[in-house]
Ligand binder design. Structure first.
Ligand code: FES
Length: 159
């Protein structure tokens, strides 16, 4: 393509062309990597561990980090153990678990975000009328001995 130009100028143009392509493609590659990482496809091995004994009736949740992402592990009434992303889907504050949260006029377990009063029900679904407009993601939780192992892999009906 640049054969008619002197060698020095050809190298300069090729360098500029390669640099331009890299500058154009780089952000897409970065965004795809972050997405795949969040989905657990690239980082399926990244986990955090929570001792089951840490989750008591009086202290029914634990906040941990997996690859810098806050994750909340909860012991629901009836001793059901679950994990959710803890990043509020409104503007990104960290939510906390409340065994007694006022939702729709009655008290029920749920997640609360202090920043702007965001609420999510016990399944992580955003409560209408509060700022968040998307649910929290339930994550895969595995019991190994006395510990709960959580990763950023979303829970499916099979897990
Ligand atoms: S950041 Fe959670 S309600 Fe706004």
């Amino acid at each position: 393509m640049f054969e008619h130009l002197p060698l020095k100028r050809r190298r300069l143009l090729c360098g500029l062309l390669v640099g331009g392509v890299a500058a154009f493609v780089g952000p897409f590659v970065y965004a795809a990597g972050k997405f795949l990482s969040y989905q657990g496809i690239l980082s399926g091995n990244a986990t955090a561990s929570v001792p089951i004994s840490q989750l008591t009736e009086a202290n029914s949740s634990a906040l941990v980090e997996v690859e810098g992402e806050p994750v909340i592990v909860v012991r629901e009434p009836g001793d059901n153990l679950r994990a959710f992303t803890a990043t509020c889907t409104h503007l990104g504050c960290t939510v906390n678990y409340r065994p007694q949260l006022l939702i729709g006029g009655s008290l029920a377990p749920g997640f609360y975000c202090r920043c702007h009063g965001g609420k999510f029900d016990a399944n992580g679904v955003n409560v209408p009328g509060t700022p968040p407009d998307a649910p929290l993601t339930e994550l895969k939780l595995v019991q190994q001995g006395g510990n709960l192992i959580v990763s950023l892999v979303p829970r499916t009906s099979k897990t």
